[in-house]
Design a protein around this ligand. Structure first.
Ligand SMILES: Cc1cc2nc3c(=O)[nH]c(=O)nc-3n(C[C@H](O)[C@H](O)[C@H](O)COP(=O)(O)O)c2cc1C
Length: 155
């Protein structure tokens, strides 16, 4: 299968998962960046809270892409306010995913991927969203099984 890893990461945790996926699937990686950087942890938390209160979407600084030539797109992000960072939403919403398979993966402090999965389904209508996983201290023991499952399904 032709697979690509599209991810964003502020402090490197999601990037480590992206790299592992890239290695296992020999897949190309694209890193998505916000147009305006979020700064340190405190500044980022404050800005994310403000965006949420105002229902604002930040812009991404990475050119939109056409992924219609891929069989599956693995989409990775840290959970911010329990959801997909809004600049990543901007990127996904304006890139072409068509009917491709989308596998959302996240890293988080504690939260599950439920809300982010709903968001991905909403902003990628037509895509087949499956096998979502959020890695955090509670779920990290399930990470190897998730990887094995992906390898069986997509390799
Ligand atoms: C602005 C901001 C908001 C966050 N919000 C949440 C949250 O709502 N729930 C959660 O479990 N973790 C939250 N976190 C923690 C990150 O999801 C977690 O540290 C993640 O592994 C970071 O991934 P990264 O290193 O790829 O950026 C937040 C972190 C930041 C910086």
């Amino acid at each position: 299968m032709k697979i690509i890893i599209v991810y964003t990461s502020k402090t490197g945790t999601t990037e480590r998962i992206a790299r592992e996926l890239s290695r296992r699937f020999s897949a190309e990686m694209i890193k998505v960046e916000p147009k305006v950087p979020y700064g340190g942890f405190v500044a980022a938390v404050a800005r994310v809270a403000k965006e949420k209160a105002r229902n604002e979407q930040a812009a991404c600084g990475t050119p939109y892409r056409d992924f219609s030539g891929y069989d599956a797109v693995f989409v990775g992000f840290p959970l911010w306010a329990g959801d997909v960072p809004t600049y990543m939403q901007d990127f996904l919403q304006n890139s072409i995913l068509g009917g491709t398979i989308v596998v959302p993966f996240a890293s988080s402090a504690f939260e599950g991927i439920g809300r982010a999965e709903k968001t991905v389904k909403m902003i990628c209508p037509g895509a087949k969203v499956e096998n979502p996983f959020a890695s955090n201290p509670r779920t990290v023991n399930r990470f190897p099984a998730w990887l094995t499952h992906l390898e069986k399904q997509y390799r």
